[in-house]
Design a protein around this ligand. Sequence first.
Ligand SMILES: C[S@@+](CC[C@H](N)C(=O)[O-])C[C@H]1O[C@@H](n2cnc3c(N)ncnc32)[C@H](O)[C@@H]1O
Ligand code: SF4
Length: 459
Amino acid sequence: MLNCRGAPNVLKSLTPYYLQLKNQGTRLVNNDGPLRACHDKTIEGSIYVHWPYCAKRCSYCNFNKYIPKSLDHVDHERMIKALNTEVRTLIHLSGLEKVKSVFFGGGTPSLMRPKDVKSFLNEITLLLDVDSAQFEVTLEANPNDIREKLELFQECGVNRVSLGVQALVDQDLKQLNRDHSAEEGLHALAQCLQALPNSTSCDLIFGRPLQTLQSWILELETILQYGLKHISLYQLTVERGTPLWKDINNGVISIPNDDSMADLYDEAIRIMAQAGLERYEISNFAVPGYESIHNSLYWSGGEYLGIGPGAHGRFRIRNHDNEARSVRACDQMAGIVSNVAAQSSRGGELQARVQTLEPEPWMREVEVLSHGTRKIQRVSDEDQRAMVLTTTLRTRSGLTCEVANQIQLALDDIWNQPSCVDLYELGLISRDDLGIKLTSKGLSLADSVLPIILNALEP
Ligand SMILES: C[S@@+](CC[C@H](N)C(=O)[O-])C[C@H]1O[C@@H](n2cnc3c(N)ncnc32)[C@H](O)[C@@H]1O
Ligand code: SF4
């Protein structure tokens, strides 16, 4: 699957590969023990916020989302209180000192009340440093609810929108069970671009049932006329149990075969490049300089907190739970929290955490424990290396020497493996002074190439 929407699902999808790397004794760049954070550096990271509600269930979607009887049934007051409580707790646990980006994802976060977005951002800026000139705050939005609220969201701190246009063919939008037409999608896009000309992105899905190359080209050419600087193109993934999956299984509809999918993707790369949008990750295209800060941090192995029902996070634990509970006991502890963080070790165990999935139990847990973490998995140095290797190699810049040093991975250990020599001879990987990367051809075949590179790391 070409779809790699940020890191939350990366851990799950990598398990088979990175488990193979456990205890393999990969040579470290510096032979001075386990990975350590640099002592004189500010601890910085990003925050992902999951808003779990949607107005309607799209036929292809298996994200963690809930459709209330009506939107009036959402207890906004309770949700924002819980989001604010949980972020305080996880900031404390992680010892995070500076936040580079916040991503409101979902579900449909454009259904949030703008004042709650503001309240959340206030909460974190009380506790963390922010470089306001570079602070990226993205909101995932559905066309029909952003139009009325865009200005308000901007006033409340949102400075980037990722709009779910998905398709420009009404019949396809119906089949996907979207609640907007192509015209409404384009209207919303024009409005977002007027307000945020340099930081509006949109999502399109390709490989839809019965989609032809000709109609896809027309969609891409149409959307590019709007002058976007960033676009995400996701290959349709048929997720088990979804209505789309059932229809395909019952033979009601079919999706393009692998060759046709590859043609749709190759054509997209060509059209994007013609319009000046480079593929900087398998599913993401941008005019150079307009790449998403948030996604780039995920891919380079940065730390991020996952807040809200079902959110995934990956960060080091620098303080402990009992201290976290005391944070909850006193709401106004901003100063104390940062002092504790400053005293604590900059290292700490790296953990992958998943919050409780369903909104109601998640809120209850947050109300009692001050966080709703359901699953904690220790991420070993080997796991982290495998994850960073995989995510960076899906990007245009690949695994740079700088990132390789941070994860203490010797580039020679990858490059000199016989299977990597083969990949080089096939024109799928390359190396220069900056690091190792997949070639354009390699990126298009990344799902086949990456497991070979990961296996090559085995002793
Ligand atoms: C979970 S959605 C949330 C955004 C918003 N609710 C929306 O639907 O526009 C994020 C993006 O993931 C992509 N996506 C979700 N399910 C997908 C699937 N089964 N195959 C490909 N892309 C998918 C869509 O392009 C979508 O815009
Ligand atoms: S695609 Fe977006 S709007 Fe549709 S169900 Fe999934 S999260 Fe909700």
